[in-house]
Design a protein around this ligand. Structure first.
Ligand code: FES
Length: 398
């Protein structure tokens, strides 16, 4: 029996109690949310739970990122936040595990089948949780970067160097059977070209060497549940998507994605990565925050058979949504067509096309992989310089 049950509510001495619902409105094992007014007319959101016929009230807003606790899973007297799984006792508002944050809990009275909640909490929630250091560093660096991008009118000298990040998304398993990859070797070539001919700084990330989890689809719960940096990175101190976030958002001026074609689409690892980047794009929607500033993307797409245009369309659509722009010839592709079933020769054929510029045949040189890759990289490089020097994004946002 809750405190005050079967007693009349003395409104004089109970002015901080607010009627919220009939007991019959909230079934056993369920909950409802309400807004009540506290001192100075401040509105607070509470969740009222029915646990075996007893009623308890805590804040409806999770201490993590404000997820609605009334919509969480109630097991016994513990509710699990529907957004990222933090848990609270609905009796006390406290976390069932040590070191967890707590939320406010509020006294409840039942009077003649009516539920009243006191707007003065019996327990005040506390924030104790600290994400791991790599997560905090990324968060802080991105905040600083955005301040710099929005406010500095003059570029630091070292900002005049163009930095190119290559991301190889092939899933070739080097541990089982080391072999050559057309997409990765074309990317290696492109980065070497940029370094030698354009004096760019380059870094390659091989996605298959990083350990990271699949996107868990928090966006599908609520746009605000998809936070940046990603809640998976916050939870998992081993999550190496942090390297991708750092390099793509903070370091690179150009990102070159290299992918093989798998059943007409990009590699599965590519999709695993970009789904984890939903939180980058989502910042525009939820917080009007543009994490990608003055950056260019380009693509290398290779396969034994067709579908370069389809893959290019998908890649360009996604990276443009993130805020990247493209130079001349933003993608370069290599396939040998529908009838090419001699995959054992595919790599060698591409390599001979890559080195075809050493042949002195003019006609061949204009259409080989070498000259196409060079055009794509030069196209990205030239536009990246223009974009940086002219503060392109800042002018668009102004
Ligand atoms: S766990 Fe509740 S908002 Fe993240």
């Amino acid at each position: 029996m809750n405190e005050g049950e079967d007693e009349g509510l003395d409104t004089k001495n109970n002015s901080s109690y607010h009627y919220v619902a009939l007991t019959t409105d909230i079934k056993n094992g369920s909950s409802m949310s309400f807004s009540i007014k506290t001192e100075r007319e401040k509105v607070t959101q509470i969740a009222v739970f029915n646990v075996d016929g007893k009623y308890y009230a805590i804040s409806n807003l999770c201490a993590h990122k404000g997820g609605p606790l009334s919509k969480g899973l109630l097991q016994g007297d513990v509710v699990t936040c529907p957004w990222h799984g933090w848990k609270y006792s609905v009796k006390t508002g406290r976390s069932p595990h040590e070191g967890g944050d707590s939320v406010n809990s509020y006294p409840v009275k039942i009077i003649n089948g009516k539920i009243y909640v006191n707007s003065i909490p019996s327990h005040i929630g506390k924030s104790i949780f600290q994400p791991h250091q790599d997560y905090l560093n990324l968060k802080e660096s991105v905040d600083q970067y955005l301040i710099h991008k929005s406010n500095d009118s003059i570029l630091p000298v070292d900002d005049k160097k163009i930095r190119i990040l290559g991301i190889s998304t092939t899933n070739a398993n080097d541990k089982i059977a080391p072999r050559q990859s057309t997409s990765e070797d074309a990317l290696t070539f492109a980065l070497e070209y940029a370094k030698k001919k354009l004096n760019a700084e380059t870094v390659m990330i091989k996605l298959r060497e990083l350990e990271f989890s699949h996107c868990e689809g928090y966006y599908s719960k609520n746009a605000n549940a998809c936070i940046f940096p990603c809640s998976i990175s916050e939870r998992d101190s081993e999550d190496q998507m942090i390297q991708i976030y750092e390099k793509v958002i903070l370091w690179a001026d150009i990102v070159v994605i290299a992918t093989p074609i798998r059943w007409g689409s990009a590699s599965s690892l590519y999709y695993k990565m970009i789904q984890r980047m939903n939180c980058v794009q989502n910042q525009m929607i939820t917080n009007d925050r543009y994490l990608i500033r003055d950056k260019v993307a380009a693509f290398i797409i290779t396969g034994g058979q067709d579908n370069i245009q389809h893959v290019a369309g998908e890649l360009m659509s996604y990276w443009s949504q993130l805020g990247f722009i493209f130079g001349k010839f933003p993608f370069v592709g290599w396939t040998r067509g529908w009838y090419a079933e001699d995959m054992e020769n595919n790599y060698d054929k591409m390599i001979s096309s890559l080195s075809a510029n050493t042949h002195n045949t003019k006609e061949y040189r204009n259409h080989d992989m070498y000259s196409d890759l060079a055009k794509t990289i030069k196209g990205a490089f030239k536009i990246a310089l223009l974009v940086k020097q002219n503060r392109y994004d800042q002018n668009v946002f102004a």
